[in-house]
Design a binder for this molecule. Structure first.
Ligand code: MN
Length: 292
């Protein structure tokens, strides 16, 4: 099998605020003007690199906003976030947990720091991924998968080298709990300094690795430090990883959806007409009601 070679190691682009609670570096599509299809089925990667929020009584966050046509996947590394939506759903995720929200036909929601975390403040580190839905599933009923750290598939690396937490897909026979609408592999690799791991992913899958902590050498060539994103070419299956330090790596890999993309603001559809429909439906109250 051939090596999936590195296209580029991307340092974090300048951060911007999402509401007042998320200070994010965008890696795609806008951060590096990447083609909207380049990482399909992943459309967006926002990374809140580790920062300290001072404690306060009123939780920081982002107010009521809609989504339609895709999924938001929120991964917590430090700190806790809560959400509420227009269907009465709510939940909180903490360190090591993942919230997989299928917006589908549409929700209004708000995302903010958990009240308890907000009061104490402290380290905060999160990822939000936008996962596109195939055209046939864009208007699916909204749903949630709250996936706690304890529910992840767990693969022990040889020689006490660390652990692979499988969120979605399968790593060395260990399955992740997330239901996905298209083939997706999503793992957190918690690897110790000096340990190695090997990934075997289909050549056509769009693939990247976010270095959440530590530093990793990929394919015996490029060393990527913390907060960098390794973008891989679609030229092979194998990636070898060597941990230069104790590291946490978020691996994302998926089969491209290969359908037209019409994206605007919080909507991710296939055509301009569907975007207009989304704004019409929002105005007519079809996304429900949620108080700020
Ligand atoms: Mn949102």
């Amino acid at each position: 099998m051939a090596t999936k070679t590195i296209q580029q190691i991307l340092p974090p682009a300048p951060p911007h605020m999402v509401g007042d609670g998320f200070r994010v570096h965008n890696f795609f599509p806008s951060g590096y003007n990447m083609d909207q299809q380049r990482m399909s089925p992943f459309f967006l990667l926002d990374y809140n690199a580790k920062i300290d929020f001072p404690g306060r009584d009123t939780p920081r966050g982002v107010g009521v906003h809609p989504h339609r046509g895709f999924e938001t996947v929120t991964i917590s590394y430090h700190g806790k976030v809560a959400h509420h939506d227009s269907y009465g759903n709510s939940g909180t995720i903490g360190e090591g947990d993942v919230q997989w929200m299928t917006a589908g036909s549409g929700v209004l929601h708000k995302e903010y720091h958990d009240a308890e975390y907000s009061r104490t403040g402290g380290p905060f580190q999160m990822v939000q991924l936008w996962v596109n839905l195939p055209a046939k599933d864009k208007m699916t009923q909204p749903k949630y998968q709250a996936i706690t750290a304890a529910q992840m598939g767990r693969y022990q690396l040889p020689g006490d080298g660390g652990i692979v937490e499988v969120v979605a897909g399968t790593f060395n026979g260990v399955k992740g709990p997330a239901f996905t609408f298209s083939p997706i592999e999503l793992y957190n690799i918690r690897i110790k300094k000096g340990a190695s791991a090997t990934l075997d992913l289909p050549a056509n899958f769009n693939t990247g690795i976010l270095v959440v902590e530590g530093a990793v050498k990929a394919n015996e060539t490029g060393v990527a430090p913390a907060d960098n994103f390794i973008l891989f070419n679609n030229d092979g299956e194998n990636i070898s990883l060597y941990a230069e330090e104790d590291s946490v790596l978020l691996v994302l890999s998926g089969e491209p959806i290969n359908e037209p993309i019409a994206a605007y603001g919080p909507f991710l559809m296939n055509t301009h007409e569907e975007l207009q429909q989304a704004y019409d439906d929002l105005r007519k109250g079809k996304f429900g009601v949620l108080e700020d």
